[in-house]
Ligand binder design. Sequence first.
Ligand SMILES: N[C@@H](CCC(=O)N[C@@H](CS)C(=O)NCC(=O)O)C(=O)O
Length: 209
Amino acid sequence: MHFYDCSTAPSPRRARMFIAEKEINIPTTEVSIAKGEQLKPEFLKINPRATIPVLVTDEGVALTENLAIATWLEEAHPNPPLMGRTPLEKAEILQWAAIAESQGGAAIAEALRNGNPHMKGRALPGPDNYEQIPALAERGLARAGRFLEMMDERMQGRDWVAADQFSYADITCFVLCDFARMIKVRIDESKPALNAWYTKMKDRPSASL
Ligand SMILES: N[C@@H](CCC(=O)N[C@@H](CS)C(=O)NCC(=O)O)C(=O)O
């Protein structure tokens, strides 16, 4: 196996946390998005869609989506279970990861990629260049704020995001909530339930990698 990581980006951080929580050692290569290494021919041979993370399996298959990486690792290394044990647990975990991606991750990316002058012409990840749309930056900012409010509501009276256990859903929600800092949307005492869970998540050794 080989893992392609980028220490500054949220999607690879999700996979990195998942691997760490599973206590698996995988040889890793850092791909710097800041230096544009994801667009170099060497990397495009590994993932033509030019995104990170990538986990290349022993069979040589490149898994380029967090869900694929997590699902595959869970099958190969079932303990500790991070994708749920019962059908309902599995469904709830996938549901909350999907909600976080569409309501949180997409909103934050919209705000950051359409508003940051360093991302001019790179409004979407991937091999093609897209121009920024300033109105999307504004909309993304508003949606990211709503995402944190929704997460605060979700965390009221619960320890974990889904299925009453630490899971892939917590990793996804934590990384995306944390990444909202990049657009100056922060978790604070105004969201006590979210803040308590976020503080607990931040203390996990996998969160500091
Ligand atoms: N759906 C993918 C998303 C991968 C993705 O968009 N990665 C971003 C970093 S967070 C990337 O590679 N960006 C490259 C770029 O900005 O050019 C996943 O689940 O991991």
